[in-house]
Ligand binder design. Structure first.
Ligand SMILES: Cc1cc2nc3c(=O)[nH]c(=O)nc-3n(C[C@H](O)[C@H](O)[C@H](O)COP(=O)(O)OP(=O)(O)OC[C@H]3O[C@@H](n4cnc5c(N)ncnc54)[C@H](O)[C@@H]3O)c2cc1C
Length: 405
């Protein structure tokens, strides 16, 4: 049986960040990470398309929390303790400068997730964090004020345990056995599968700013929309997939959306089209793209409005004009299934947030048991917010563990 002061279960983003911070703040503590993989940090490696979107350039806690469909309320206090600016400073201090992209996402200047991994591995070594790879945790029990942890390669014992196993069903089962409740895990951050003539054969087309509603729900979002080979993607869709993770899972990913491509009311659009009918009378509707709609999308919407490539504005009848206004402002698409968004995905669900003290990230039920990262029922929209949750939780838990020795 190996005796440690602190055991971190899971050598991912939150696990490494916590272990390093504990060992750096109190070098006398024996800190060990138990990781089931042959290597750790595998998600960091593939994150952000291999570039690792470490955090987001949002520096106001009240604004930052709004990116968390689950965890918004609970993270406000923690963000006042460890914010995005602290993340930037933490990495910079260890020789990893970050840069901001136009949309606010922050990456290492190197553009490589390996820089983050190298930083963590060096820091872990420097502060003598022991990492036990290929050690899959099989059971956790709590006797006489110490935790007993059984792994695929032997037993460990420690006074304090931090669970940072991400979205791992086996560990959630173990935590249920210890008395915690787990909110139902479902995927978040996915794209919508749609087969529809209006978006067929035009992958890569981007409508810069659309409004989307999921019919028969309260879900809506706005932002850029990308037409893909399989359907629709980009932030407007990913936001819906995050906020609607539970609702859309219940519907088995079969539902209808209404897209307003020009963010105008159907009435205003119809008035504008009537004016165009006068002004452009001799021109073909197909060839006179309007409202900043991408040309190839405009072509598709015109053809879907009972017109052909030759139809001139002067010859457009009332029904066709109304159909075009409707296609531009309230186009209905049927979603049938989802696809993985390869740059980033997470699981909604995890340890029930009511059972965690967010001043310390300690379990309210089991003393000396802490959580950080995706193991909790916290997840965010795309953009670096999921890692920020891991850094903040890990940092605060680390501080609490050090202070309570
Ligand atoms: C492809 C992809 C790209 C992403 N890109 C981004 C991005 O750019 N920006 C962003 O903010 N978020 C991104 N995310 C989300 C982000 O990776 C996660 O939110 C984050 O990694 C969660 O950190 P974690 O430490 O909680 O879990 P993880 O990083 O998943 O780490 C959990 C660790 O625990 C280990 N483990 C699990 N079970 C056991 C066990 N029984 N015993 C021992 N060890 C165990 C696992 O092997 C793993 O190493 C991405 C996710 C994916 C899948």
């Amino acid at each position: 049986m190996m005796q440690k002061d602190v055991i971190i279960i899971g050598g991912g983003a939150a696990g490494f960040f916590a272990a390093i911070n504990i060992a750096a703040q109190n070098p006398s503590l024996k800190v060990a990470i138990l990781e089931r993989g042959k290597e750790g940090l595998s998600k960091v490696k593939v994150s952000g398309g291999g570039r690792c979107n470490v955090t987001h350039a949002e520096f106001i806690p009240q604004e930052l929390v709004q990116n968390y469909p689950r965890g918004e309320k609970e993270l406000l206090g923690p963000f006042h303790q460890f914010m995005t600016g602290d993340t930037i400073a933490w990495f910079e201090k260890r020789g990893v400068p970050l840069k901001i992209e136009e949309d606010g996402r922050m990456f290492p200047v190197s553009n490589s997730s390996q820089t983050i991994i190298d930083c963590f591995l060096n820091e872990a070594e420097k502060h003598q964090v022991e990492v036990f790879y290929s050690h899959s945790v099989k059971s956790i029990s709590n006797e006489n004020d110490r935790f007993q942890i059984e792994t695929s390669q032997g037993r460990f014992s420690s006074k304090k345990v931090l669970v940072a196993t991400g979205s791992n069903p086996k560990i959630w089962n173990l935590l249920e056995n210890l008395g915690h409740t787990i909110s139902q895990p479902v995927p978040s951050l996915f794209t919508f599968n749609i087969t529809d003539e209006r978006i067929k054969d035009i992958p890569g087309v981007v409508a810069k700013n659309v409004e989307i509603k999921v019919l028969n729900t309260n879900l809506w979002s706005e932002g850029p929309l990308l037409i893909t080979h399989w359907g629709l993607s980009a932030p407007s869709i990913l936001k819906l997939s995050a906020y609607g993770a539970l609702e859309l899972a219940k519907r088995e990913y079969k539902f209808q959306i209404e897209v307003n491509f020009i963010k105008q009311s159907v009435e205003d659009c119809l008035e504008a089209l009537k004016a165009l009918k006068q002004d452009l009378a001799k021109k073909a509707v197909f060839k006179s793209t309007q409202f900043d709609v991408p040309k190839r999308l405009w072509h598709k919407l015109v053809l879907a409005s009972y017109m052909d490539e030759q139809t001139r504005w002067a010859d457009v009848n009332k029904m066709q004009l109304e159909a075009l206004a409707s296609q531009l402002t309230q186009a209905i698409f049927s979603v049938n299934g989802k696809s993985t968004f390869k740059e980033e995905f997470v699981t909604a669900g995890g340890v029930n947030l009511k059972e965690v003290n967010f001043k310390t990230f300690e379990s309210k039920y089991i003393k000396n048991l802490y959580f950080a990262g995706e193991v909790l029922n916290i997840d965010a929209v795309t953009g670096g917010f999921n890692f920020q949750n891991a850094w903040t939780g890990a940092y605060i838990a680390a501080k609490a563990i050090v202070n309570s020795q």
